[in-house]
Design a protein around this ligand. Structure first.
Ligand SMILES: NC(=O)c1ccc[n+]([C@@H]2O[C@H](COP(=O)([O-])OP(=O)(O)OC[C@H]3O[C@@H](n4cnc5c(N)ncnc54)[C@H](OP(=O)(O)O)[C@@H]3O)[C@@H](O)[C@H]2O)c1
Length: 270
């Protein structure tokens, strides 16, 4: 698995990590055992970065359980997500507890109350409980505000949506990230599954085989990661087996313009 520096501090991450929204919002021994299998598979393939949030129900707790015994191998990314200062403290306390005492990457979720949340995350970084601070937003309407935060010099990376059907970040966010040397984490690489609905045929995917791509999911992951301004992608899955498939997209060779155009055409055809 290729690793890249996430921002100016040079913190290294795998180019494929894993999201936990919805997929890890589960309860009960059987479901939690499945989550553990998915996490172990991700660790075994080198996709050792896990993104979560207090917004994702049980996900932080389930991820923490799944990492029991292997926490040292993992990079945990989570978020703080509230305008209420007291609730923010409670979220941070719970997140640190679930993540076994430290969170490598801490993000302000959807920019909620970002000036106050950054003040607190900077304190936690000074205390050595955090390595890198970031900010996320899923909506292009918020990208101007996101870019204000990027220019503030207070964050090392952003998390934004990027797939062939959601390309708004190309206009200004990716160029600014490149100019400032900030890392870029790609959420929703499959558009929450919507880009996966119509699967191209093996013949249509054949030109991508020399790039190690044999499935449509791998084609979409490699499409995003082949833009050198993008640092890593965090697909989510609830099924064992899929992290091995997804992680295989994290190795060179990277697509050139022709392969990216092919994937775009396949994803956007009517
Ligand atoms: N505002 C924010 O900060 C924000 C917003 C959105 C997302 N995120 C982060 O980004 C992560 C990823 O986004 P997302 O979860 O919305 O959507 P996504 O990763 O684009 O898509 C997830 C869907 O893809 C399917 N999938 C995964 N691997 C597959 C494969 N190899 N083959 C076929 N289907 C596959 C999964 O189905 P199965 O479960 O059946 O495998 C799941 O339904 C989230 O989990 C979260 O961590 C952050």
């Amino acid at each position: 698995m290729e690793r890249r520096a996430l921002g100016p501090d040079g913190f290294e991450v795998p180019v494929v990590g894993m999201g936990t929204s919805r997929t890890f919002d589960v309860r009960g021994r059987a479901a939690e055992a499945t989550s553990r299998r998915i996490v172990e598979e991700a660790l075994d393939t080198g996709a050792n970065l896990f993104d979560s949030s207090p917004m994702y129900g049980e996900a932080e707790r389930v991820l923490g359980l799944a990492l029991d015994g292997r926490r040292a191998e993992a990079i945990v990314a989570t978020k703080v997500w509230t305008a209420d200062d007291d609730l923010a403290e409670r979220q941070i306390e719970a997140s640190l507890h679930h993540a076994h005492g430290r969170v490598e990457l801490y993000q302000v979720h959807n920019l909620v109350a970002w000036p106050a949340r950054l003040d607190r995350l900077e304190q936690l970084r000074d205390e050595g409980l955090i390595d890198v601070i970031g900010a996320t937003h899923y909506d292009a309407a918020a990208f101007d505000e996101l870019m204000t935060v990027m220019r503030s010099g207070r964050i090392g990376f952003v998390q934004v949506p990027y797939n062939p059907l959601e390309r708004d970040v190309e206009r200004a966010v990716l160029p600014l990230a490149e100019e400032l040397g900030l890392g870029v984490m790609l959420m929703r690489p499959f558009g929450r599954g919507s880009v996966l609905r119509r699967w191209p045929s093996p013949t249509e995917l054949a030109p991508l085989e020399p790039f190690g791509v044999t499935t449509w999911a791998q084609a979409l992951l490699k499409w995003g990661l082949s833009d050198p301004r993008c640092t890593l992608s965090i697909p989510a899955t609830s099924r064992p087996g899929r992290m091995t498939e997804n992680a295989a997209a994290g190795n060179p060779p990277w697509f050139g313009p022709d392969e990216r155009d092919l994937v775009t055409r396949l994803a956007t055809r009517s």
